[in-house]
Design a protein around this ligand. Sequence first.
Ligand SMILES: NC(=O)c1ccc[n+]([C@@H]2O[C@H](COP(=O)([O-])OP(=O)(O)OC[C@H]3O[C@@H](n4cnc5c(N)ncnc54)[C@H](OP(=O)(O)O)[C@@H]3O)[C@@H](O)[C@H]2O)c1
Length: 334
Amino acid sequence: MLAIAIAAPGGPEALVPVRQPVPVPGPGDVLIRVAAAGVNGPDLAQRRGHYAPPPGASPLPGLEVAGEIAAIGSGVTGFAAGDRVMGLTNGGGYAEYAAVPAGQVLPIPDGWSLVEAASLPETWFTVTQTLVMRAGLAPGMTVLVHGGAGGIGGAAIQICAIAGARAIAVVSNEDKADYCQNLGALAAINRTQENIAERVMALTDGHGADRVVDLVGGALTAVNVAASARGGHIVQISTLEGASATVPLRTMMAKDLTLSGSTLRPQSAATKAAIATRIRSDFLPALGNPDWIKPDIDTFPLAEAHRAHAAMESRHHRGKLVLLTAFGAGEKAS
Ligand SMILES: NC(=O)c1ccc[n+]([C@@H]2O[C@H](COP(=O)([O-])OP(=O)(O)OC[C@H]3O[C@@H](n4cnc5c(N)ncnc54)[C@H](OP(=O)(O)O)[C@@H]3O)[C@@H](O)[C@H]2O)c1
């Protein structure tokens, strides 16, 4: 099969097409004939040599795929060859076939193409695990979402909408602000022009954000504390601007705040299966609504994965970037 390997840690040019044997699904796995594979921030970190695959995972990049079941490993029930599915991989998504633990595989939402479905698993699993299951997202909450026009941000905005919470997105320009509001955000803050904490307080009549989804870190941590409501919870998903921060501890104590951090990839198979169960019950029905607004998707041929990485690093995109195999070439993107 065609796959994309990381020749050596480095820039987008480190992604090279290779020919490899089709993986054999192990016990508990299904083999997916990949139509489309989503591109995510962690893929860039892996390519740079900063996010090693967990033990036993494929060294190939790629954390999410959609396609058809091609084969079934021992002990797997509930799937049949030819089923159209999407899955959270432990690696190896940038390939024409991927072996995926069956507990991390979900049906395609009604009305979604395989290209569109490939944009979902990594970000929806991440936000479900952190914002929903750990930080207890509840109806009526206000959630500050940094990087609102990206993959994680878009998933957070839409999960808030389904959960009956109000998302306030943080973006870098008006085009991305419009995009976030179209996805369902109550408001968008342009971080290049506005004071984030002041604007959150104004938008919430002085209450603040009950939850914060942050992928920036560094100096923004103090802003998140200032923008938080009493009893708030800041969910740290990445540290794009700094892995260390000065935290105003007295304000954290006075506001009774929680700051938690997590990465999805090293989580156990049982945890990932529990997240999948939650997505299936709480979110898939809403995603299948014919009026649902899907994320913007730009597509690239699998062999040109390096172009997709360069596009993500340019930070001009809205929504998701997805790689297409020859099998997925006829699928439509939103
Ligand atoms: N913890 C986990 O398990 C987990 C899982 C998935 C992803 N992640 C991490 O989450 C991050 C986002 O991933 P993604 O797939 O959503 O990427 P993405 O689609 O490229 O989105 C990132 C968004 O953040 C904004 N942004 C980028 N750099 C920024 C900065 N320095 N300051 C403020 N905003 C910035 C970008 O827009 P503007 O620059 O225009 O604002 C962009 O909209 C990555 O670092 C990724 O590694 C973590």
